[in-house]
Every structure is written in structure tokens, then in C-alpha cells.
Design a protein around this ligand. Sequence first.
Ligand SMILES: C[S@@+](CC[C@H](N)C(=O)[O-])C[C@H]1O[C@@H](n2cnc3c(N)ncnc32)[C@H](O)[C@@H]1O
Length: 303
Amino acid sequence: MKDLINRVILGDALEVMRRIPDDSVDMTFADPPFNLGKTYNVYRDSKDFKEYLEWSKAWLREMVRITKPTGSIFVHNIPKWLTYFAAYLNEMAYFRHWIVWDAMGSPLGKTLLPNHYGILWYTKRPKGFKFYDIRSPHPRCRKCKVVLKDYGGKKNKMHPYGPLLSDVWTDIHRIRHKKRRDEHPCQLPIPLLERLILMTTDEGDTVFDPFVGTGTTAVAAKRLGRNFIVVDIDPEYVEITERNLKSAKPTKLNGCYVSVYLGRVITIRDRDWERIKDAFIIPQDIKEVEVRQIKLKRGKTLF
Ligand SMILES: C[S@@+](CC[C@H](N)C(=O)[O-])C[C@H]1O[C@@H](n2cnc3c(N)ncnc32)[C@H](O)[C@@H]1O
């Protein structure tokens, strides 16, 4: 397996996974094609329902097999497919969370517009898996820096940097600006992967992604000092991944890996706070939360 480490492999996910020994990578993440007829270069994203599920079961089985007993398995998809994946994974791994990623789509089109993705989190064993508490910053007014949430009246007890993350993530948006994205129909944001990696792996661990697209998982792993093994069937995406990797640099603050997006630290490990806190300017108003009033047209006010 040594020959696969820190390489972007052009090939079929299942064929590559069969070359990886049992219990050998620390974390596996898969963002497969969603079978929605998207336009990829090589892959045809419109399999028959049964065929898609059978194919998915094959790579899910391989993901669990190659993950270490201390490791985690993540699968990103739309809820429809995740219900089938979860039923299958329940037979061979341990359910931890269904993370809701609200990727902030435009509320246009229809009622009950599908507007979130799910990330299934499973572990290979029921106990003894790697897990670190992670925090994201308080949402603040861009201009005045006031914390925008009341936290149910518990604001005085809040951590100065921000809360421990729940299983609903609303602060990481899909990449929409053309200048920030590569030529790929469904590139994920790097901070999403960095969050999962910080939560479940250590420096020097190995992260595996069978459908890497333009390299999000590989870049996140490199920035956080982890190794990676990543695969894609499309030569153009492999080339873009290699290019993206060249410019990826470690993101460390006072010796601790953190996730940075557009100049802001957006995920830290709770245990790193003491070492990194002097790098932050914490506004004095942390305890003064602005109560935002919504004015109605006829002069009435709602809170
Ligand atoms: C949803 S995209 C992944 C996007 C990726 N997470 C990113 O952030 O760029 C799915 C990817 O799977 C690749 N793919 C499809 N079938 C594959 C297979 N059998 N083996 C390896 N890669 C495959 C496609 O080329 C596509 O890039």
C-alpha cells in the first residue's frame, strides 16, 4: 500500500480499493456521483436504480473493510440515497451521526425544496474510535462584531471562540463563484472536509477518498498534515487535483492545525484552544448579544 500514499490515482474506485489491505486507513470519505444525470467528463451519472444501489454497496463494503478499528467512515449524498446506504452500513459498522449540511441553496422553485445534504458518520468499532471535539466561531455582525445569537439566554456561559459543533452545519457554503471553483459540477468546499478530518484523525494519519473529483479531500488532508490516498476515474479531474495539491500549504496556528477559509479560522479542536487563544482578538462584547428586531410594515415589531 505504501506506493499509494500521497498519490492521486487515476482509476476505478473499486479496483483501487481492492489493492488496499484490511484495517489500514484512518478515515474514509466518499462523495459519489448522486445518480442525478449530472454532466461529468467520463462518468455517466444515470444508472438504473438497482444498479446504482448494488454498485454503492460494493464500495461501501470496501470502505468499511479498509478502515482501521479506530477509524471513521463518512458518506456524503442526498437524503434519498443515504437512507439506503445507512440501512446497509448498519449491518457492518456503527452509526454515530447523520450530519446535516445546510449548503445554503436559493429558496426558489418549490415547497420542501431539497436544501440540505447529509453526511453519514459511522465507526468501524462501537468504542475506542478517534474523536475530537470541534468548535466553530460565533456568528458575528460583520461590521460591529457583536455576537448575533442569543443561545437561549445562555450567552454568558459560551466559549469565547464559539460553540462545540452540533450535527447541523450551516456555516460552510457551497462554492458558487466561478473564480473559486474548478471545472467540476459538484466540487465540495475544503473546510467541510477539514472539519471531518480534524474531528476524527491525527497528524500523520491516512485519509482515503474513492471519488476525489478535483481534489478537495487531498488538499484538506495536506493542509492538515495528514496523508491521503485518493482516486478518480477522470484524467482531467486527476490533473486538476495534482495542480491544487501543489499550492496547498499547512494551515497551523501556534503549532496547531486549524481550518481557515477566506482568512477566518472556521474550525478548531477544543483541546487546542489554550495554545491558540492568544492569536485571536476576542471582542469584549461577547456577553452582549444584540437582540435583532424585525419591523413589520404597519409599525408592529416581532422578535
Ligand atoms: C460527486 S463527485 C466528487 C466531487 C469531489 N468530492 C470534489 O469535491 O471535487 C464524484 C466523482 O466520482 C468520479 N467517479 C465516478 N465513477 C467513479 C469510479 N468508478 N471510480 C472513481 N471515480 C469515479 C467522478 O469522475 C467524479 O469526479
